[in-house]
Design a protein around this ligand. Sequence first.
Ligand code: ZN
Ligand code: ZN
Ligand code: ZN
Ligand code: ZN
Ligand code: ZN
Ligand code: ZN
Ligand code: ZN
Ligand code: ZN
Length: 503
Amino acid sequence: MEIEKEVKKITLGHEIGAGAACLKCKDKCEGFELHFWRKICTNCKCGVEDHDVQLESEENKKVGKLFEDTKYTGLIAKLKRDGVPSYRGNQFTVSIPITNVSTASTFIPGSSQTASTWMPSGSSSSAHAPSGHSPSSFDRSAAGGQHPAAPSLGAGSLSAAGSGQIRVSLVAPSPKGSVTAISSGPTDPTAVPARTDVVKSVTYEWAPPGINQSLALRYMELLPPDQRPIAGTAGADYRKKQMAKQLPDHDQDPERCHELSPGEVKQMQQYVRKYKDEALGVGDITLPEEIGQQAGNGTPGAGDKGDAVATVGKSCQQCQLPMKKGEPAVFAERAGFDKLWHPSCFVCSTCTELLVDMIYFWKKGKLFCGRHYGDSEKPRCAGCDELIFSNEYTQAEEQNWHLKHFCCFDCDCVLAGETYVMEKEKPICKPCYMKNHAVRCAACQNPIEPESQRVSYGEHHWHAEAQCFQCSCCSRSLTGQRFMVLQGMLICSVECKKKISAS
Ligand SMILES: [Zn+2]
Ligand SMILES: [Zn+2]
Ligand SMILES: [Zn+2]
Ligand SMILES: [Zn+2]
Ligand SMILES: [Zn+2]
Ligand SMILES: [Zn+2]
Ligand SMILES: [Zn+2]
Ligand SMILES: [Zn+2]
């Protein structure tokens, strides 16, 4: 039974994303292949998140596990089949009716560009309008389709969280006019049925839970455009990358770590329990003028006095600028209700990246992402990226390593007691260095050993020995002498230069 489980786990881990193309290396990577203990591709050495892999269900399970046995279980739903907790992600759908052509045209800043991104009804793809200001992807769903348009102007309808997504849909009561505006693009104008109501939609892969739609949309507008989690845009890619980087699976799940001893597993479980109890939290959205009431100790009416007051006497914990009345602000329960952040300021104090899905770790008055909270608690192995729970580990090159993971980055041989070279901050064994990285001597053409003395001049290198570092003309040793370089050739004097030039 135990063995069966073990086999399944390893197979699954190594099947995820197998063969997927690398988005960074393109053709240079033959396809994703997980290294047996590093968390990278053996072919191109990029992470799985750099490859074209759909990690959504894996990521949802990861975050589900993170919130298991915490007060945030409301964010997860147990999968019916196997009881595995899974993050619901809070994607949702918003619909807004189009009222006239001019409204529609404000959403289509470059009609030719936008028109080409139109998706047929039912397509899950979305596109990002160049304005980045308004809900920006379009859907031609009929009003009676999957997302019935709300009749109320501007407010729209909010479908339930869960597997849905925020989708802003605009439905034109005057379809003819809207169709004209849209079909001016290069795509086939006949593709737009004249009878169909025009629906404008944008799909947010995540939105702050527990708030109304207009506040959620205002929150999105306050994020940098390239960090808004709109499906099919750079913002969605950013969220995916940060999800992998900020919340490493192997920081919470011993099964995702490589060959932990029973003692290390126990240490790790205690560590996870501790951060769930003391540090982990999810940011909430509020209005600055309301936070006093939530805390129960605010100055009464402070925010309500005088309509002209734009600020509420509170400033952002990150940028120190005032919080504006009526603008969504983030607060963190662990930090206390008196602390507020602008949505774009709710960042990790170490990497300064936007905290993905507002998931934070609070420690000593600072916000951290999961990765950097882990780094503040435990050494992290620079080889396998896991936190180190054993008492013995190696410190080399100002980094920490599992004893067995201070290995050559090229061939994985163990480097303890061996000569190694740091190449781009990665340790390389001498044979791999000589084969893959060493510079060649311009005289004898052999690679120069890492420990031997060399002379470098611009792009040229020589063994610092008489038989290599010598005049190309008269063979005089140039060690300690003045020299000049002519097309990669060493020359001792003007006389030799003349002779060489003449020949
Ligand atoms: Zn790559
Ligand atoms: Zn690769
Ligand atoms: Zn701020
Ligand atoms: Zn961070
Ligand atoms: Zn390691
Ligand atoms: Zn090697
Ligand atoms: Zn040489
Ligand atoms: Zn000479």
